[in-house]
Design a protein around this ligand. Sequence first.
Ligand SMILES: [Zn+2]
Length: 168
Amino acid sequence: MIRVLSYAATLPKPGPRPAPPVRMELANGVLGGTQEALRTASAGRREALVLWAGRPVGGGALITHVIAPEFDSGYDYLDVTGAVRAEVAAVLRRERLLVFADLHTHPHQAFLSVADQISPYSTLTGFHAIVIPDFATGAPGVGWRLYTYTGSVWKEQDCVRCISSWPC
Ligand SMILES: [Zn+2]
């Protein structure tokens, strides 16, 4: 099962994936909605994950959708089955959206763990993986850490460089 949260009444035209580095602009409500979805799903005791999807605009991406796929998780692990990933891909095709980032929670500190690096949600070059500390119980964006796949490794970058109007 997948929950799709939409934050834009109108969308830019569909188009091809922009070349990296992909700077993301967030539609109103995406940041707070993401933190809330992750806090609720984590429930103070398990990792949780959502995806940021949208459409290309001005050489970057406008994030208009938060996609919450079903997952198996515990205090320090999370897995999305192949069947659910296929369902996500079908939603993206149907809605003509591209996914630009995955976001997942950790119990305490935010960092990209060895497990996160071994089995990321995506290994598209330019894809962003964002880790949220304290099971997303903090204020939206606070303590988030962002990593970008270069094609061979995950490189940490400042959120402010990769996300327009970053509040933190
Ligand atoms: Zn992790």
